[in-house]
Write a protein that binds this ligand. Sequence first.
Ligand code: CTP
Length: 389
Amino acid sequence: MRIIVGITGGIAAYKAPELVRQLKKRGHEVRCAATAHALEFVTRPTLETVSEAPLYCDLFAGNAHGTEHISLKDWAELLVVAPATANIIGKAASGIADDALSTLLLAMAPERVLLAPAMNSQMWAHPAVQRNLQQLKAWGMRTVGPAEGALACGTNGPGRMAEPTEIADAVANGERKAVGGKWLVTAGPTYEKIDSVRFIGNYSSGKMGFALAEALAEAGADVELVSGPTHLTVSHPRIRRTDVESAREMYAAATALWPTCQGAILSAAVADYRPATQADHKLKKQGSDGMTLELVQNPDILATLGSSKQTGQRLVGFALETNDELQNAEKKLQRKNLDYIVLNSLRDAGAGFGVDTNKVTILSADGSRTESPLMSKREIARLIVQEVT
Ligand code: CTP
């Protein structure tokens, strides 16, 4: 593979020549790009000697038009930024290109970037850094590390750059985290029949569930998509689609598939109730006194899968809450025996039913929380898949 190792200004830059050496040993062609600060930690002759190529660190040197970042981007199959400081992570998440390496980073497709973050633990824990990383991952960038251990600043904690061998392994592992096995996804609304021409439905478009199915398939999983009525289409060959209409049909399809699946993400907006009787003909108006429709409860698909979950199976639900959101989502996570619950925020403009964007908080059974920025449903889906698989 043709790889650019991008080095930024952190103490771990001293390990960059070793990474270059290991990548070359594994048969890769390597070039280096560095920021001015990186060259405070590691020298140009070292990097040029180990890579056997000129170093790229000045937008205009050797190329009066300043277009080397474009030719390098076309040359490289992968850009590994090691170490990646909080600064370069912040710049990449904001699209800032103010030197040779950040300009190259902006020119590269995110799926062709691997970041090896390295910084002090407190910087690592800062919400700005975490938010920026979530954004970069959602765009398709991969990360490796950081590890926990003694840091150059004299403290202990997460922030150490992954070892060169581990970074070289992550390069070999190719794409983003691969997902194996078969995954079940439910999507869209359900229609609960009143008579031959009327139903009770909801505004769910199915976009979130379809994006999840695509993201899982892209990551390598075989996907069983059980969908309520929607106009959406699927494009990935590893997605098998079963169309259903009512909650009971969705229940039958999902419970039959569940024992064969590694995991399930239930994003469908399932009607909690259905009419007690369903007429085969069109009901006629009766008098002028109004009408009462008797409703009975539908089975809870998510809770049923939760109660029959086997060791090793992962179950992910969605929650749409309007008050005490986190508390209610946590209760639901426990009650339905889930591993993760994705909380949709209805309070944010641009999140929720029908629209192309969403903003979520992913809560895990072990108590951790990941908050996403407002992103496209496609990006949210990738983030969810990376978190829950
Ligand atoms: N769900 C399901 N089957 C149902 C109802 C809900 O599989 N009959 C799933 C949804 O796909 C989603 C999650 O459960 O993953 C949403 O659960 P919840 O918000 O509990 O739905 P409600 O049952 O409507 O919850 P509430 O008690 O807040 O009304």
